[in-house]
Design a protein around this ligand. Structure first.
Ligand SMILES: Nc1ncnc2c1ncn2[C@@H]1O[C@H](COP(=O)(O)OP(=O)(O)OP(=O)(O)O)[C@@H](O)[C@H]1O
Length: 234
């Protein structure tokens, strides 16, 4: 299987502050990686660094053979990064449809396919971003990343703060995007088992470094190991 993403000896942070130290990981095409860790361990910083929104101090990131570190954030969509940030970042003053058509690029994922996957969004095509619930905003944020037709989808806590019924809908959609459609993804999540269920591999961060890397299956089968790695006491 071809390697899509390779991160080598990456250090990054904000200004002079270094948050990530010596991170290395890789992801093959069509695979999903669960990025786990306690609060404040650097998961969002790693996603933001892949998306070009932090300061990279050392190391390299290669996506499909292209070195990313010289590319600013707005050019990374063009080489295949589809980023759904924690704060969702939809255009709140545009309608749902305008949000999708404003960024759509040629490829298999069209606004029509996004509406087919998220019927709630189809019903709200002409509503402004400000008129959407949190769950609908998250669906729109995922849809916006999809219509970029990325090589790699970055999802930063896509289920956070959402009602259980919406969590179920989003999990179903994420499973379809990754498992059925084969889009490569990195997913940060606080609910590890929900994401491990649809991931191939897992990386656990602590204090800005990788403390565990392996298959998702081994963590699915060893909840006690997950608890230990995430510092959960039962
Ligand atoms: N904009 C910023 N400027 C300076 N430091 C930051 C900034 N954002 C995050 N940090 C610091 O970077 C470290 C890692 O934070 P990060 O948000 O990446 O962790 P996280 O694992 O995603 O946590 P959470 O699950 O709470 O989102 C923390 O110590 C945090 O204080």
């Amino acid at each position: 299987m071809a390697e899509l993403l390779k991160v080598e000896a990456l250090s990054a942070g904000y200004g002079e502050a270094v948050v990530l130290n010596n991170i290395s990981l890789s992801l093959d095409e069509g695979k999903t990686l669960a990025l786990l860790g306690r609060n404040g361990t650097g998961k969002t910083t790693l996603i933001n660094t892949l998306a070009g929104a932090t300061r990279q101090h050392a190391g390299s990131i290669t996506l499909g053979g292209t070195l990313l570190h010289k590319l600013p954030s707005h050019e990374r969509a063009g080489v295949g990064i589809g980023w759904v940030p924690q704060e969702r970042n939809i255009f709140k003053s545009l309608t749902v449809d305008e949000n999708l058509t404003a960024v759509a690029r040629a490829g298999a994922w069209t606004p029509a396919r996004v509406y087919e996957m998220f019927p709630r969004l189809a019903e709200r095509k002409t509503n402004l971003g400000t008129q959407l619930s949190g769950g609908e905003q998250q669906m729109l944020a995922v849809g916006r990343a999809l219509v970029l037709n990325p090589k790699l989808l970055l999802l930063d806590e896509p289920l956070e703060g959402l009602a259980p019924i919406i969590v179920e809908e989003l999990l179903k959609a994420i499973r379809r995007i990754t498992r059925d459609e084969g889009l490569s993804a990195i997913i940060v999540e606080q609910h590890p088992q929900a994401i491990l269920a649809i991931s191939d591999s897992a990386v656990v961060l602590d204090r800005g470094t990788v403390v565990h890397a392996g298959t998702a299956q081994e963590l699915r089968e060893q909840p006690a190991l997950v608890d230990r790695l995430l510092g959960v006491s039962r």
